[in-house]
Design a protein around this ligand. Structure first.
Ligand SMILES: *Cc1c(COP(=O)(O)O)cnc(C)c1O
Length: 427
């Protein structure tokens, strides 16, 4: 069950994370509860960095931008890929150096462009329109913005359509055939300096072939762009390496990814006689398996199916609804018991789609049991909401067999925090 997850274990019949009893965690901090193992994040990051010893690893903050988690990655020496002003704000607070932050986005506001230039971070520019706006903004600040273009390489990553980002029909990036003229325009414009080239083909990719395809296409463009006099300081191939959510799912390791991509990058840069830095932007692969979501069973109902009603729904974990994602489920207080029946785990949200796990073989489930949903560290809490008037849950970080809150449970007041009531409606 925990094949790939050495930070999870079973002691006295209870699921443990980082050596800490999950049943005790649920009692102490309440449920629902996100629990993250710090050493797992560090190990995942280090494995990636070892696979690409000469590359810079820019953690994709949107996967999970809790400040403590950003801080762990900044301490490890990662850079950051940010996709909004808010993520930039968090990354700077967490101590990432501005020189190792790339500001991405297909529809940045002028305020975001201003902030990026002000903070001196590099930008990945998604259109010529954006380039022209950025040039004016940088001029007004008397600064020069270092940029890459986000390229649409037109490769199919064979993943869920909502997370395939490098198809020619995607909203992201500059079409392959228009990239060289974009660099020409950038060279001619004041206050912007093209120093990089960037792509990101999608997420939860389970095969290295699309990465190799993208690397080849990108290196062709590097060659063309190099010929027109752009001195590239970096080539950023994005993130997207998947993780094994399903039992037995085969996923390439970072070193298998490196074997597929590095020879292409190294051979082509050598033949051109240039030495740009390689950048990768993993998000999911660094944080997904570090975290579990603990949720309490409120009620059992034998109807069309054996429904297990728990206290977390798509307000806290959107992935099953949004991407038909599969997450393994463990009855945390019966972790050593054999399956006895088939159950469908559902949340408390007033929508029929609020199903966290369908038709799972689990030990006999009863009211009060504790369910752990695995591999929720990426696009879990970061996609949460207060839908149905549910304050967000707490987050806990486990380190050296002890657990500390890294986010408090929201209160009812937090539901109202930014609301303003006109005087005529006051009571
Ligand atoms: C989301 C994103 C990533 C990270 O993707 P993962 O699948 O989590 O590795 C990297 N780069 C960009 C530009 C992204 O939008």
């Amino acid at each position: 069950m925990f094949q790939h997850r050495s930070h999870l274990g079973i002691e006295n019949g209870h699921l443990t994370i980082g050596g800490v009893d999950t049943v005790a965690l649920a009692e102490k901090f309440g449920t629902p509860l996100y629990v993250t193992d710090e050493s797992r994040i560090r190990a995942n990051y280090q494995r990636f960095q070892r696979a690409f010893p000469n590359a810079d690893i820019y953690y994709a903050a949107k996967a999970n931008y809790n400040l403590s988690i950003l801080r762990i990655l900044a301490q490890e020496g990662a850079g950051a890929d940010v996709f909004s002003d808010g993520e930039l704000f968090c990354a700077l607070k967490a101590g990432f150096s501005p020189g190792k932050i790339l500001f991405n986005g297909n529809s940045k506001t002028d305020a975001e462009l201003n902030m990026a230039v002000q903070e001196g971070v590099r930008l990945s520019v998604d259109s010529l329109d954006e380039l022209r706006t950025l040039s004016k903004i940088a001029e007004a600040q008397g600064k020069e913005a270092e940029i890459a273009f986000r390229v649409n390489p037109d490769v199919s990553p064979k993943t869920h359509p909502k997370i395939a980002t490098g198809l020619k029909t995607s909203k992201f990036g500059i079409p392959h055939a228009e990239v060289v003229s974009a660099y020409k325009e950038a060279l001619a414009l004041k206050n912007v300096k093209p120093v990089g080239i960037h792509c990101h083909i999608g997420s939860q990719i389970l095969d290295v072939a699309p990465f190799a395809d993208a690397a080849r296409r990108m290196m062709e463009l590097v060659e063309q762009v190099n010929k027109i006099g752009v001195e590239l300081k970096f080539v950023d191939l994005g993130g997207g390496l998947g993780i094994p959510y399903k039992p037995g799912e085969k996923v390439p390791s970072p070193s298998e990814l490196a074997d597929a991509v590095l020879p292409i990058f190294e051979e082509r840069t050598k033949s051109m006689g240039i030495t740009p830095k390689l950048i990768l932007e993993p998000g999911r692969h660094i944080v997904a398996d570090s975290t579990i979501l603990l949720t309490r069973v409120n009620t059992i109902k034998k109807a069309h199916k054996n429904f297990v009603g728990v206290d977390a729904g798509f307000n806290l974990l959107l992935r099953p609804v949004m991407y038909d994602a599969y997450h393994e489920v463990v009855v945390a207080n019966k972790a050593d018991q054999s399956p006895s029946d088939t159950y469908t785990v559902v949340g408390p949200i007033c929508e029929s789609g609020d199903i966290l796990a369908s038709d799972r073989n689990l030990p006999k489930v009863e009211k009060g049991d504790l369910i752990a949903i695995l591999d929720v560290g990426a696009y879990g809490f970061s996609m949460s909401s207060q839908y149905n008037g549910r304050p967000r849950c707490a987050e806990v970080l486990v380190c050296d067999r002890s657990a500390e809150a890294i986010r408090e449970r929201e209160s009812y007041d937090d539901l109202l925090r930014c609301q303003v009531i006109p005087s005529r409606l006051r009571i």
